[in-house]
Unconditional design. Structure first.
Ligand SMILES: [Zn+2]
Length: 667
C-alpha cells in the first residue's frame, strides 16, 4: 500500500489489522513494489441472484448483481469518453508549458498553479477510472492499455510541471511575500508553495541539481518513494526470483516446491515439522546467497546516505523524514519507547510457549494460531448493520456518511470476488466525486475487519475532500493508516464485547495480540535495523553479510526475550525483506497503528471534544504538517504516550487471554 503525498493517485490499500488485506507487515516478499496503481470497473448489466452459498471467486462478473459493483460514471461517462479526455489533459500540459520562465510574476504564478492542479485532477480521474476498470477485468488488455496511457499522462504531467518547483524554489522570500500581497488568490496555494520552500536550503546550484537528477535523486519526488524502485532494489528483486527455493514436505507428506507466495502459508502450518522445515530451509538457502543479498542492500543504504549528504543533511534519516516534514524525534521515540516496553512481548512469548506446549519456542512457532480458530461469518448485509454499531463512537455525522457509502444503491463499493478480479482491497478517492472501495468480500470476520479498514480510508478522504480545496485534500502517507486502523480497533472492541462464547473471545483477543506484535513490535524491530545499518554506513562501517546477520540477530534476541530460542540462521531474515529498500518508510506502520489505538481510546472515552478533535484531523487533509494535524487530534508522537498505550493494550489483552485459558484448562 503506499500512498503519495500528492493525491495524484489517491489509492490506499489495506494494511489490515487482521491478516487479511494487503499486509503492511513484512511477511510478503519482494515482487515489484506496488506502483500506485489505480484500478476500476464499470457497470456491466447483469442479472442473477446474490451469492447464496457465500461468495465464489470463480464466477463471472456478470453473475454478480450490479448493486454490488461500483458505479464509475461519476468519474467518466464511459470508456468511449476516454480518448477525448486524454486529449484534453494533453492540451492542459501544452498550455502549462507556456508558463515556463514566467513564475516570478504573481498573476502568472497563480494562473499556472490553477492550471496545474486542474490538469492534475483531470488526469487523476483518468488514472483512477482506468485502474478501477482494469482491476475487475484483469485479462482485458484493452483496459490495461488504457490504464497505462492514463499513468503515462500522469508521468508526463509530472515531467512538464517540474519547472514549477524549480521556479518557486528560485524565488527569494521577499518576492514570495510580495506575490501573496499582490495576487490574493495565491493564498489558496500557500500550503503547497510553503511546503516546497520549506526545504529550500537543501537545493543545490543548477550544476549540482543536474547531477543529482542524473543520479535519480528521489528526495524531491512528488509521489511516494516506494513507487520508484532504485536499481539496487530491482537487483534485489531479480536476485530473489533467481534463487532456487527448496522443496519441503507438506502436512500430507507430499513434496512441494516452496515459493515466496506459499511461504506464509507453510510457515503458519499447524504441523510443527512443516513450519520448521519451511523456515529453516528458506533461511539455509538465503545463507548461501548472503553476500549477493548483502551487496544489494549495502548499495541501497550507501545510495541513501549519498543523496542525503549531497543535499547537506547529516544523516539519511534526517533527509528522508524531512521529505515528509516529520521530526526525526518521532522515529527515535518509537524505538526507545518500544525498547522500554518489551515486557508485554516477552509475556506473550512465555504464554505462547506454554499454550503450545513446546520446550523451545522458535521463530517458526510464531505464525501458527495459538488458539483454535472460530468460524464467524458476516454477510455484506450484516456488515452494513454491524459496522455502524461498532463505529458509533465516531458520532452521527460520521455514521450517516458511512451508511451512505456502504449502501449498495450508491456504487461506492465493489464487494465480491469473481474471475479476473485482482486480489486484495483498497480505497481510491476522486476529488469532487466520492471515495471508492474495492473488496474481495468472502463473509469472513477478516473481511469485515478489512471493510472497516477501507472505510476508514474512504471516510478520511470524504471528510478531507469535503473540507479542503483540491490542493490540500490529499493527506500525507504518515497520516494515512490512522483512520483505517482506528476503525479496525473499534470493530475489534465491539466484536470482543459481543463475543458469543469464550472460544470466540479468545480467538478475537489473539488476533488483536498478533496485530500488535506484527504491526508495532516487528515493524519497530525492522525500523531499528534500518537505522542501525544506515548509521553504520554513515560511520564508514563496511556493510557485510556478517554485519547484517549479527545486527539483526541481536535485535531478534532482545525483542523476543528469554522464552524465545534464537535459531542458528535466524539472523538472515533481513535478506528477503523488501521494506529495507523503502527508505525509512516501515516505521509508519508502527506509528500509524499506535496512533489509531491511542485515538480510538480517546474517541471512546473523551466525549464530543475528543471526537471533534479526531474528526478535525480527518477534515484537515494536508492543510497542516502531518505531525501538527495529529497533535491537534490529541497524539504527540515525539512523546512516548501513544506507543506506551499500545504496549499496555498488548499487556491487558494477554491478561484477558490468560484468564480465559486458565478457565478452559480447569474444565
Ligand atoms: Zn490501509
Amino acid at each position: 500500500m503506499r500512498i503519495h503525498s500528492l493525491a495524484a493517485l489517491s489509492l490506499l490499500c489495506s494494511l489490515a489489522f487482521t491478516p487479511a488485506g494487503c499486509a503492511p507487515t513484512t511477511n510478503t516478499p519482494p515482487a515489484a513494489p506496488a506502483v500506485a496503481s489505480a484500478p476500476a470497473p464499470t457497470a456491466t448489466v447483469d442479472q442473477p441472484p446474490p451469492p447464496s452459498d457465500g461468495p465464489d471467486g470463480n464466477i463471472d462478473r456478470a453473475q454478480i448483481p450490479d448493486k454490488y459493483k461500483w458505479k464509475l460514471d461519476p468519474i467518466l461517462s464511459g470508456d468511449e469518453a476516454f480518448s477525448a479526455a486524454l486529449d484534453d489533459v494533453a492540451e492542459g500540459r501544452k498550455k502549462l508549458a507556456t508558463y515556463r520562465g514566467k513564475l516570478s510574476k504573481p498573476a502568472d504564478l497563480y494562473a499556472c498553479l490553477a492550471l496545474y492542479f486542474d490538469t492534475r485532477l483531470k488526469t487523476n480521474k483518468l488514472t483512477i477510472y482506468t485502474n478501477l476498470r482494469f482491476d475487475s477485468h484483469q485479462k482485458d488488455t484493452r483496459l490495461q492499455a488504457m490504464n497505462e496511457r492514463a499513468l503515462k499522462a500522469m508521468n508526463d504531467l509530472m515531467a512538464t510541471a517540474s519547472f514549477i518547483r524549480q521556479e518557486i524554489l528560485g524565488l527569494d522570500d521577499r518576492s514570495v511575500a510580495r506575490a501573496y500581497k499582490t495576487e490574493k488568490q495565491l493564498e489558496k496555494y500557500k500550503p503547497y508553495i510553503d511546503n516546497l520552500r520549506r526545504r529550500r536550503s537543501h537545493v543545490l546550484a543548477p550544476d549540482g541539481e543536474k547531477v543529482l537528477t542524473l543520479a535519480e535523486d528521489n528526495l524531491w519526488a512528488e509521489i511516494d518513494l516506494n513507487e520508484i524502485p532504485s536499481d539496487h532494489e530491482k537487483t534485489f528483486g531479480a536476485l530473489l526470483s533467481d534463487i532456487p527455493l527448496p522443496k519441503i514436505n507438506d502436512e500430507q507428506g507430499k513434496e512441494v516446491q516452496l515459493s515466496f507466495a506459499s511461504y506464509g502459508k507453510y510457515r503458519g502450518s499447524s504441523e510443527r515439522r512443516v513450519r520448521r522445515d519451511t523456515v529453516e530451509s528458506l533461511f539455509e538457502t538465503l545463507k548461501q546467497f548472503q553476500h549477493g543479498l548483502a551487496g544489494t542492500l549495502s548499495g541501497q543504504v550507501r545510495y541513501n546516505v549519498f543523496l542525503a549528504r549531497s543535499r547537506g543533511y547529516d544523516t539519511a534519516l534526517d533527509a528522508y523524514l524531512d521529505k515528509d516534514d516529520i521530526d526525526p524525534a518521532v522515529y527515535k521515540n518509537l524505538i526507545s519507547t518500544i525498547n522500554a516496553n518489551l515486557a508485554p512481548l516477552h509475556r506473550y512469548m512465555r504464554l505462547r510457549k506454554q499454550v503450545m506446549g513446546v520446550d523451545e519456542l522458535h521463530i517458526y512457532d510464531l505464525y501458527t494460531p495459538m488458539v483454535d480458530s472460530v468460524k464467524m461469518e458476516f454477510t455484506y448485509e450484516q456488515a452494513q448493520d454491524v459496522l455502524p454499531k461498532a463505529l458509533a463512537p465516531l458520532g452521527d455525522d460520521y455514521l450517516r456518511v458511512l451508511r451512505e457509502g456502504l449502501d449498495t444503491n450508491n456504487g461506492w463499493c465493489d464487494v465480491y470476488p469473481h474471475k479476473d478480479k485482482d486480489s486484495g482491497a483498497f480505497s481510491a478517492s476522486v476529488y469532487g466525486v466520492h471515495p471508492y472501495v474495492k473488496m474481495n468480500y468472502f463473509n469472513e470476520v477478516d473481511d469485515l475487519s478489512t471493510l472497516a479498514h477501507e472505510y476508514g480510508h474512504a471516510l478520511h478522504s470524504h471528510l478531507s475532500m469535503k473540507h479542503q480545496p483540491y490542493v490540500t485534500a490529499g493527506y500525507a502517507p504518515f497520516n494515512a493508516e490512522i483512520a483505517s486502523t482506528l476503525n479496525e480497533k473499534l470493530l475489534s472492541d465491539y466484536l470482543i464485547a459481543n463475543a458469543k462464547s469464550d472460544a470466540e473471545k479468545l480467538y478475537l483477543l489473539n488476533e488483536l495480540v498478533e496485530t500488535i506484535r506484527t504491526t508495532i513490535y516487528r515493524q519497530t524491530l525492522f525500523s531499528e535495523f534500518e537505522l542501525a545499518i544506515h548509521t553504520a554506513a554513515e560511520k564508514g562501517t563496511p556493510l557485510t553479510a556478517d554485519f547484517f546477520n549479527e545486527t539483526y540477530e541481536k535485535l531478534v534476541r532482545t525483542y523476543y526475550g528469554d522464552d524465545f530460542t534464537v535459531g542458528k540462521n535466524d539472523g538472515i531474515e533481513w535478506a528477503y525483506i523488501p521494506h529495507f529498500y523503502y527508505k525509512y518508510y516501515v516505521f509508519t506502520y508502527a506509528t500509524g497503528l499506535s496512533s489509531g489505538i491511542a485515538l480510538s481510546e480517546r474517541v471512546k472515552t473523551g466525549g464530543p471534544e475528543a471526537r471533534a478533535a479526531y474528526l478535525g484531523m480527518l477534515q484537515g487533509g494536508s492543510s497542516k504538517p502531518p505531525l501538527a494535524l495529529l497533535r491537534d487530534a490529541g497524539v504527540d508522537l515525539t512523546k512516548p504516550d501513544a506507543i506506551e498505550s499500545a504496549a499496555k493494550l498488548l499487556d491487558d489483552t494477554l491478561a484477558q487471554m490468560e484468564v480465559l485459558l486458565a478457565k478452559r484448562a480447569k474444565k
